[in-house]
Design a protein around this ligand. Structure first.
Ligand code: CP
Ligand code: NVA
Length: 326
């Protein structure tokens, strides 16, 4: 397997074998980190971390992974740089590509990260766009492997807003890995038809299945119930009312977990609105009178919740992507 020089922009660009290779490498690097075995595989190299949206996990994962690999990271906040305002994405890519060995980008349209990759001349990694969040899926799949075993044949039910970066990427990932993907939500929030068609073609080759339903009884037998925030970064505050009305029936509650069965785990990419300990959570409570959104505090804090293993795995999997491509 040779992924040297390759960008990591979306899972559609990778074969199931390549994804498995990255997961195996992640597990190896994780075991080494736990054992205190150094793995400075990219000694002396440097990486630019460009964030046009906020982040806790992704930024920290890239910074810690880079340090463990012996690299130097630079964090760039575009509000304080020329990018996009005085300098085009293509020009920025060519400048960064002359100084850095790799570039991470988090921001808006997928076309931006694709343009960066086309012009940089070095590997570019997608740290989240509106359409896709591929490094998150590697962490999710490593976590599922750890808790549930082999990915093939496992059933992942995505509830909530399935037409944004997380729903899209999980559907692609499940199709690639021969899993059963179910989007269980209000039909307004099903993924885009063109992407569904592309995933159906992949599924036909891998043995995966895709299902789109609004009936919560369809969670029965799921290995994982997965959700994400109802309003994503960059979306206007004005959509909250409609989202709450449309998606409250698809909140992850203890009843929903019971319906799925005792084997079912709860996953969330985080951050999550499960209590009133956030500014936004409090504002929503004052406006709409709800004390949680996509998941109840009871489920979030339960034994079935594996969200913090998932968050930790962001670092091990991002490290594998960097090590494999440099
Ligand atoms: N899951 C995730 O991408 O988290 P951050 O927004 O904190 O990076
Ligand atoms: N859908 C969320 C994912 C955050 C990791 C967002 O884009 O804000």
């Amino acid at each position: 397997m040779n992924l040297k020089g390759k960008s990591f922009l979306k899972l559609l660009d990778f074969t199931p074998e390549e994804i498995n290779y990255l997961l195996d490498l992640s597990a190896k690097l994780k075991a080494e980190k736990k054992a205190g075995t150094p793995h400075r595989l990219c000694e002396g190299k440097s990486i630019a971390l460009v964030f046009e949206k906020n982040s806790t996990r992704t930024r920290c994962a890239f910074e810690v992974a880079a340090a463990d690999l012996g690299m130097h990271p630079t964090f760039l906040d575009p509000s304080a740089s020329q990018m996009g305002k005085k300098e085009s994405i293509a020009d920025t890519a060519r400048v960064l590509g002359r100084m850095y060995d790799a570039i991470e980008y988090r921001g808006f349209e997928q076309t931006i990260v694709e343009t960066l990759a086309a012009f940089a001349g070095v590997p570019v990694y997608n740290g989240l766009t509106n359409e896709f969040h591929p490094t998150q899926i590697l962490a999710d799949f490593l976590t599922i492997r750890e808790h549930c075993g082999d990915l093939k044949g496992k059933t992942l039910v995505y509830v909530g807003d399935a037409r944004y970066n997380m729903g899209n990427s999980l559907m692609v990932g499940c199709a690639k890995m021969g899993m059963n993907f179910i989007a269980c939500t209000n039909p307004k929030y099903f993924p885009d038809n063109a992407l569904i068609e592309e995933c159906e073609k992949i599924a036909a080759q891998t043995g995966a299945t895709l299902k789109f339903t609004s009936n919560t009884d369809d969670v029965k037998g799921a290995d994982v119930i997965y959700t994400d925030v109802w309003v994503s970064m960059g979306e206007p505050d004005g959509v909250w009312k409609e989202r709450i009305e449309d998606l409250t029936p698809y909140r992850v509650t203890s009843e929903l977990m019971e319906k799925a069965g005792a084997q079912c785990k709860f996953m969330h990419c985080l951050p999550a609105f499960h209590d009133l300990n956030t500014t936004v959570g409090k504002e929503i409570y004052e406006k709409f009178g709800i004390d949680c959104m996509e998941v109840t505090d009871e489920v979030f804090e339960s034994e079935r919740s594996i969200v913090f293993d998932e968050a930790e795995n962001r670092m091990h999997t991002i490290k594998a992507v960097i090590a494999a491509t440099l």
